[in-house]
Design a protein. Structure first.
Length: 200
């Protein structure tokens, strides 16, 4: 049963909620609390960085993730790359920008945090039989995206950590995969399109 609340609304708020303002002045409106919650809560995007070999790819991953609104980064391993504020390993434009970074030594600890603290799911970007086309936007709520290694793809531990998988459809020949940060950017853009539409 829906819980209903009664409150005073302004004409501007009525227009936001797609409700008619026939009187042209502040009036009482009954709005479903479930509807308000749906409109205000957009699914959150996270990024797991692990098993990436090249520093240049990590830099590009971080830059793309910031551009596509990733809320937090989960770093598993990657000891040779310094993610902290001011590090010269980070893209120049982001070196002084505070980024929400969480560090884990083990994949199992990262998975536990994402599942039990954030109540989010892990979406692996990998060509496996169960992978769904990212064009179909098959995302499921708050999501942490994880990419595989540039050359060997996902490790066994990475595959086991994922709740579901997406793949990027290709329409030409000549290559089996895209650069890791290019692939991540496509998936993050698709997630944003889906999350915005889900709250419209």
């Amino acid at each position: 049963m829906l819980e209903w609340i009664l409150f005073n609304t302004t004409p501007q708020l009525l227009r936001q909620l797609n409700m008619p303002d026939t009187a042209g002045f502040t009036q009482n409106a009954i709005v479903s609390s479930a509807t308000i919650k749906q409109r205000s809560k957009r699914p959150v995007l996270y990024l797991i960085i692990t098993n990436i070999s090249k520093a240049a790819n990590i830099r590009c991953l971080v830059r793309s993730a910031v551009a596509f609104g990733v809320k937090s980064f989960f770093i598993v391993g990657q000891k040779r790359f310094e993610f902290r504020t001011g590090s010269t390993d980070l893209p120049g434009i982001l070196r002084e920008q505070p980024l929400d970074m969480h560090y884990f030594d083990k994949m199992s600890d990262c998975v536990h945090y994402i599942h039990n603290v954030l109540s989010a799911k892990i979406c692996g970007v990998e060509i496996v039989d169960s992978a769904r086309d990212v064009a179909d936007k098959p995302f499921e709520g708050d999501t942490a995206i994880m990419m595989g290694n540039e050359g060997t793809g996902m490790s066994r531990k990475q595959l086991e950590a994922c709740d579901y998988f997406v793949r990027i459809g290709q329409y030409g020949g000549g290559t089996a995969s895209l650069n890791v940060y290019v692939a991540a950017s496509i998936v993050m853009q698709s997630f944003n399109q889906w999350s915005r539409a889900s709250c419209a």
